[in-house]
Write a protein that binds this ligand. Structure first.
Ligand SMILES: [Zn+2]
Length: 221
């Protein structure tokens, strides 16, 4: 019986990194609905062409099409043992559609892994731009241009702080939408006894260890 894991986490929660870790340790490929979508559009598959028609009309792509894309992906040989699903489901109807789809492959959702990270921490991670308090306002980015000493300007030694700029507001909006959309799913999988909450604010290796431990417990025969 294939193993199907759901990976749930907000923007900036580190799902991509963790999905890679799960692939290495468990041999389960990551199936991201966003990647599938882009791939089908790019290759102009029949499903991609159908999706394109909706997008050209400015309409939402129906769930059925997304489900079909996932079905095609699950049929590939590397998915025979199961996959880590990322980005789907996002809504209750999608969760129901997913149940039906996995049943076609003789499986079900084994565990829903929720990488919980505080809204504020997500925002910090996403909007990594820092400015110094000096007169010249030197700028840094935590990832792309970090200071030599964390929190201190290389040039004048003043403290670094974050400005609430437009970018941060856009990120904040994305994060808010995630929490609004996800709450019912968290409730659904909790009710089914499938949800495992992982502290996603921990160091990457510890998050991976917690995820693997959760999977081991939930997939033991
Ligand atoms: Zn400075």
């Amino acid at each position: 019986m294939p193993t199907y894991l759901l990976l749930i986490g907000g923007p900036g929660a580190g799902k991509g990194t963790q999905a890679q870790g799960l692939r290495e340790k468990l041999g389960l490929p990551q199936v991201s609905s966003g990647d599938l979508f882009r791939d089908n559009l790019k290759r102009q598959t029949p499903l991609g062409q159908q999706a394109q028609k909706f997008m050209d009309r400015g309409e939402l792509v129906p769930d059925g099409l997304t489900v079909s894309m996932i079905r095609e992906r699950l049929k590939l040989p590397d998915a025979a043992g199961g996959v880590v699903l990322d980005g789907f489901p996002r809504t209750m109807p999608q969760a129901q559609a997913l149940d039906g789809l996995l049943a076609e492959f003789g499986g079900r959702v084994n565990v829903a892994l929720y990488m919980k990270v505080d809204e504020r921490v997500l925002l910090e991670r996403l909007s990594g731009r820092w400015v110094c308090r000096g007169a010249e306002q030197h700028t840094y980015h935590l990832r792309f241009n970090p200071p030599k000493t964390p929190g201190v300007c290389d040039v004048d030694g003043t403290e670094l702080f974050q400005r609430v700029d437009d970018a941060a507001e856009v990120q904040a909006r994305r994060i808010k939408v995630f929490f609004e959309q996800t709450a019912p799913l968290i409730a659904l999988y909790t009710e089914r006894g499938l949800l495992v909450e992982i502290d996603g604010a921990q160091p990457i290796a510890q998050v991976t260890a917690d995820l693997l431990a959760a999977v081991a417990t939930r997939t033991a025969a």
